[in-house]
Ligand binder design. Structure first.
Ligand SMILES: Nc1nc2c(ncn2[C@@H]2O[C@H](COP(=O)(O)OP(=O)(O)OP(=O)(O)O)[C@@H](O)[C@H]2O)c(=O)[nH]1
Ligand SMILES: [Mg+2]
Length: 405
């Protein structure tokens, strides 16, 4: 059975999601956040009717509740109908009584944890239950030798699985020795690595799946991500360039696609740049728009730098602009990057069809050309950006994001 995680792209890489009763490890490099991955997964499972048991040993259960709330994951209704419960292995560390449904008196004893875990799972037995282990690194640090934790883990994994649970472990690879780190990785059916590219400071976070024993050939792909609050895990594309000839509709495109956007415009034309932030389909993306007028050509190269993909907005009624559009790709040094042509103003008389545009622009078949129309023709004004139809914008964004990631 496929259990979707709700984490964008991860489900694709896992061939539909994690598998029931298989263990999954989020193997995290120091400095990278892993909690939102667990949160998004557990909330997705709750929404789909599963139960969740949250084992926590490094912060108060209330802290987890607070953090979940910050991401807009409201678990209160699931707590009320007993679909979500904590297994508190934190309060006991300070000799405090726990108010949670399940708790361990002495969390430094791995056997006690195991007993309480079995008790909790027996109560939940009839249901699919995801158990979040937050965190395995802390369990190793708190419960004696790493070897004993690993061997206990290996011993209790089949039991966990017998009780119809799918265990999800959070692990941060602090300075442990290499043998232990390998033991940890080997103890799970599936390993998702959460890493960062560092140059003195962390530049970018990404994840990949390095192991999933139900898949014959794993797609080796690094997926860049960003954590947003609320929202959780989003695939992050820091820069998509939006370019194209004068008056084609670039500013209109950016404002229609973005949750928030700013433009430096004067008398109805862009004189510096447009910037917009897109939050769509699990992607968080920043759009950068160029001006169209030739007098601004000297800044085009600056605006194009470090783009990962391009939306080329053309006016479908104005073939003269097509050559200019290709010239702008050269000037911004973005030709060759994943690109989609937004064939804008398709609502207007004389608008060329995508195949005609492809011919005139002499474009290869792998560059999609997607028609775009104004959302409401009555509201289109001379020299003022207008709202474009959401459906058209979304097909452009999904096509391009798929090509970039
Ligand atoms: N009918 C129609 N008009 C559109 C459409 N898209 C944009 N327009 C209009 O075209 C004009 C130019 O739109 P902008 O979004 O400012 O174009 P731009 O490419 O940013 O222009 P510059 O920054 O000056 O190069 C505005 O008057 C818009 O209202 C469309 O799909 N249909
Ligand atoms: Mg503009």
């Amino acid at each position: 059975m496929h259990l979707i995680t709700g984490i964008p792209k991860l489900d694709d890489l896992l061939d539909g999601g994690i598998r029931q009763n298989k263990s999954i490890l989020f193997y995290t490099y120091p400095g990278v956040e892993n909690l939102p991955f667990a949160f998004q997964l557990l909330y997705t499972r709750l929404e789909r009717g599963d139960h969740v048991l949250y084992f926590v040993n490094n912060k108060k259960p209330d802290t987890v509740r607070f953090m979940l709330n910050n991401y807009d994951f409201d678990i209160s209704k699931y707590e009320k109908n007993k679909k979500f419960a904590f297994l508190d292995a934190y309060s006991g560390l300070f000799g405090l009584n726990s108010k949670e449904r399940f708790s361990v008196k002495d969390p430094s004893k791995i056997d006690d944890i195991q007993k309480e875990l079995s008790k909790a799972l027996k109560q939940l037995k009839k249901n699919n239950t995801a158990i979040i282990f937050d965190s395995l690194s802390h369990l190793i640090d708190a419960c004696g030798t790493p070897d004993s934790v690993i061997s206990c883990l290996n011993k209790c994994m089949p039991n966990i699985q017998k009780l119809n649970a799918t265990p999800v472990f959070l692990f941060t690879a602090w300075a442990y020795d290499k043998i232990l780190l390998n033991q940890v990785r080997n103890a799970f059916n599936c390993v998702v690595d959460l890493k960062a590219i560092e140059r003195k400071v962390i530049l970018r976070n990404y994840f990949n799946v390095s192991k999933a024993d139900w898949i014959k050939k794993i797609q080796k792909q690094d997926i860049p991500f960003k954590i947003t609050k609320p929202g959780g895990v989003k695939i992050y594309i820091p820069k998509i360039l939006v370019t194209g000839p004068y008056h084609a509709g670039k500013t209109s495109f950016i404002h229609s696609a973005s949750t928030r956007a700013v433009s430096v415009n004067r008398l109805g034309t862009t004189v510096a740049l447009d910037h917009g932030h897109v939050d769509f389909n699990g992607f968080a993306v920043d759009l950068w728009g160029t001006p169209g007028q030739e007098r601004f050509d000297p800044i085009l190269e600056l605006l194009g730098g470090e783009s990962l993909g391009v939306v080329v907005v053309v006016d479908s009624t104005n073939p003269k602009g097509f050559i200019r559009a290709k010239e702008m790709l050269e000037l911004t040094k973005t030709s060759g990057l994943p690109s989609v042509i937004a064939a804008n103003k398709a609502d207007m008389k004389g608008a060329l069809k995508p195949n005609e545009i492809r011919k005139k622009m002499n474009l290869p078949d792998d560059i999609p050309i997607i028609p775009v129309v104004a959302d409401n023709l009555k509201k289109v004004k001379e020299n003022e950006p207008c709202k474009l139809r959401q459906k058209d914008i979304e097909s452009i964004l999904s096509k391009l994001f798929e090509m970039v990631v």
